[in-house]
Design a protein around this ligand. Structure first.
Ligand code: ADP
Length: 480
């Protein structure tokens, strides 16, 4: 069978490129998902120019029609969620139910922003000057560069592209090199939903070429990025240097605190879900399990028993709990951190081994460290794999202190039956999101998403709060 070639979408045309990249299935590296055109510098510049040219008309586009386009995209994504979920699981390696869930999420996000188009409220106030009115309105920012990572191949593009378009911006979209297929499918759907030429441009390719041009071009008014801390920091410096607007979502080292009074089953479910599902490749994954002494041994024992029953396998196979790691590089990173943990003196209680399955893929058994210390590298650096460490705390106050002792601040969770502790933790956790008796990963799509400290930079994403980044405020004075 001939491998299908997928093209970039620039200024309303599907265009091929001189080089292509092969997209492989991490559950079976002999399975090729497709060949994807790699945009070069010239094509990236053309995409940015197309978005610039399309901006004035799109900013003034009839509201109802803009909402209809997003609603049509939402309907198609939801109608095709099983098929698109297959594609996503095949290229990224999360399990089929997780992938279908992610696609459904993308559909719901477009539905939400189809509605937001019609809710662009402003404010009208009297002036301090007699006879004068003041109006505060929001206008689109302009051309938005969207740079996304591989771990949520359709949901993250959706939660950036949907608000960008809803509020009247045009877009240059660069997906991660490892997962272009879901990105391509999303753009194809939006194009057929009726977007005018130039409003959304897809430029697949390298971060150092395509990403770099998006970040440094003065024609790009705002850059929304999700990815690693190092890349995020360098992007922020470059965008700010040219006075652009920037929004970053980066890493996490999210704590899950488990107190003596916790329901043990809830604690284990939150830890397994949050640390290992989606192969631990979520910025909201809980990689630090901070446990107080009265429940510590029971928790560790129950985790070991539960982990022994977890099935690692082909993302598309029925019954798989955890799919493969996304690629060879990430697998090597995970394995090297597992070595580091052992060398640092933590005890590897379960997993952490490369597994062989029917097909050649990047399978890793979920790793659980115990007797870890919060100063160890495995407790401080984001690993981005199925690796978690149990850290013993002296009591709740100590647990909270350890939870906050990190350069990150995306999500923090607590498992407790005490209203007093839950309330205290909600108030004092230094994180953008707090979970009580829930896994740290798994958020809603209609409320703000984002963190503090080294995890995020700039306005929040998602829900109504997305308007903060994708619009700019105008204050008009009228002497009637
Ligand atoms: P990950 O570990 O998720 O691959 P990265 O931060 O490397 O994290 O990548 C996230 C996104 O940023 C990808 O789409 C990648 O191509 C892009 N990217 C990488 N380097 C750069 C760069 N120098 N400038 C702009 N984008 C980049």
């Amino acid at each position: 069978m001939r491998t299908q070639l997928f093209k970039n979408y620039i200024g309303g045309q599907w265009v091929s490129a001189e080089s292509v990249s092969t997209n492989r299935n991490p559950s079976n590296i002999n399975d090729i998902v497709g060949e994807f055109s790699q945009a070069d510098l010239g094509q990236t510049k053309a995409a940015i120019q197309a978005a610039r040219d399309a901006f004035p008309a799109w900013a003034m586009f009839p509201m109802q029609e803009r909402s209809n386009i997003l609603a049509r995209a939402s309907a198609e994504i939801l109608a095709r969620k099983d098929e698109l979920g297959q594609l996503l699981a095949r290229e990224e390696g999360k399990t089929l139910p997780e992938a279908i869930g992610e696609v459904a999420r993308a559909g719901q996000i477009f539905g939400f922003f189809a509605g937001e188009v019609l809710r662009m409220a402003g404010e009208k106030l009297p002036s301090v000057r007699a006879g004068v009115d003041v109006e505060i309105t929001r206008e689109p920012l302009g051309v938005i560069g969207i740079i996304t990572p591989w771990n949520f191949p359709i949901a993250i593009p959706a939660w950036k592209i949907a608000p960008a378009l809803a509020y009247g911006n045009t877009v240059v979209f660069k997906p991660a090199e490892l997962v272009p297929a879901s990105a391509w499918a999303l753009v194809d759907i939006l194009v057929r939903a009726g977007l005018p030429a130039g409003v959304l441009n897809l430029v697949m390719g390298r971060g150092s070429v395509v990403g770099e041009e998006i970040v440094t071009s003065r024609e790009v008014d705002g850059v929304s990025f999700t990815g690693s801390v190092a890349t995020g920091q360098s992007i922020a410096a470059k965008v700010v240097a040219r006075m652009g607007k920037v929004q970053l979502e980066m890493g996490g080292k999210n704590p899950l605190v488990i107190t003596d009074d916790a329901d043990l089953d809830v604690a284990v479910e939150c830890a397994i879900q949050g640390s290992y599902f989606s192969t631990g490749q979520r910025c909201t994954a809980s990689s630090r399990l901070i446990v107080t002494p009265g429940i510590h041994d029971r928790f560790v024992q129950a985790m070991q028993a539960r982990l022994s029953a977890v099935k690692v396998g082909d993302a598309l196979a029925t019954g798989t709990d955890i799919g493969p790691v996304v690629d060879q590089n990430q697998l090597e990173t995970d394995l090297s951190y597992i070595n580091i943990g052992v060398e640092e003196g933590a005890r590897l209680l379960h997993g952490g081994e490369r597994l062989q399955r029917q097909h050649d893929g990047f399978y890793l058994s979920p790793a659980l460290f115990v007797d870890a210390d919060n100063t160890m590298r495995i407790a401080r650096e984001e690993i981005f794999g199925p690796v978690a460490a149990v850290i013993r705390a002296n009591d709740y106050e100590h647990a909270l202190e350890l939870a906050n002792d990190t350069q990150f601040g995306l999500c923090a969770g607590i498992v407790t039956t005490s209203l007093k502790l839950a309330t205290h933790f909600k108030r004092h956790a230094q994180a953008g999101m707090v979970m009580v008796n829930l896994a740290t990963a798994g958020v809603d799509y209609h409320v703000p998403f984002g963190g503090r400290k080294g995890s995020s930079y700039g306005p929040r994403e998602q829900g109504r709060y997305a308007a903060e980044f994708y619009t700019t405020v105008k204050t008009a004075y009228v002497n009637a």
